[in-house]
Design a protein around this ligand. Structure first.
Ligand code: CDP
Ligand code: CDP
Length: 227
């Protein structure tokens, strides 16, 4: 039996984390956990409750009271708060543009990290986010840091939006990505940062398939070393 590893995939917005993490999880029959969706869920819950997002205590109360669950779907993993299917709602621009503010609240992070460690406790998990290799699972056997140029990431977002029938100017998308990168990398608590023992994978000119292959090779090598 191969080892059931913890695989941490971190990196900035639109580097390809969730697309690749999902495929890698499928290949190894591991569970996939999208931690960005958890911060998005808390942001949405706070907005629905009409709580000011800079009111740390109120947003933290919401984080502690919100039960987030994932259900594997055909194409996308479904996300729920209680019985409410929030899979689509958490991808709305209002949520995207506010999520970094909520994710910078220390006590919100403490609560999310606690939940994420429970989800990952048995191994056999691919978890993606910003702080998985540095904070959530510092002992993960596989750590990947995925990057791509801001321009390429804006193009990816643009193409994604076009598929949904939304046309947002490329320059605006690139600016939003750069603002979020800055907020995520400079916040005091668990900033976006490559773990010292993470492998850097630049996806700027790689296809999804090529990235999945690269990561799979790394996982198999570590499985082999540990067996
Ligand atoms: O998919 P995209 O890269 O746009 O973002 P996401 O993975 O859905 O994450 C949304 C936001 O949640 C990020 O911009 C971070 O502010 C925050 N986040 C975080 O702080 N820590 C994580 N482990 C995951 C996400
Ligand atoms: O999770 P994250 O925000 O890092 O990125 P994503 O949502 O997985 O990927 C953003 C978009 O880039 C998706 O539409 C992917 O299909 C696309 N992508 C790509 O074109 N080439 C890659 N090597 C990886 C992702």
């Amino acid at each position: 039996m191969s080892e059931e590893l913890q695989v941490a995939i971190d990196g900035p917005a639109s580097a390809g984390k969730s697309t690749v993490a999902k495929l890698v999880a499928k290949k190894f029959k591991y569970v996939y956990c999208d931690t960005g969706a958890m911060y998005r869920a808390i942001t949405l819950a706070a907005m629905q409750a009409k709580v000011a997002l800079d009111d740390d205590a109120a947003v933290t109360n919401i984080a502690q009271a919100t039960v987030i669950t994932f259900k594997p779907g055909n194409r996308v993993q479904q996300v729920f708060i209680g019985q409410q299917d929030i899979t689509q709602a958490i991808r709305k621009p209002e949520v995207t543009n506010n999520v970094s503010t909520v994710a910078a609240i220390k006590d919100v992070r403490t609560e999310m990290v606690k939940q994420q460690r429970v989800i990952a406790s048995h191994g056999g998990i691919v978890m993606d986010g910003r702080d998985i290799g540095t904070t959530v699972l510092p002992n993960a056997q596989v750590k990947i840091f995925l990057v791509a140029s801001a321009h390429e990431r804006a193009v990816r977002r643009y193409n994604e939006n076009i598929k949904k029938g939304i046309e947002t100017p490329l320059v605006q998308l690139q600016k939003e990505i750069e603002i979020r990168d800055k907020k995520d990398s400079t916040r005091a608590v668990s900033p976006l940062k490559q773990a010292e023992d993470a492998v850097l994978v630049d996806t700027t000119s790689l296809s999804i398939d090529q990235v999945v292959k690269k990561i799979s090779t790394i996982i198999m090598k570590i499985q082999h070393e540990l067996s």
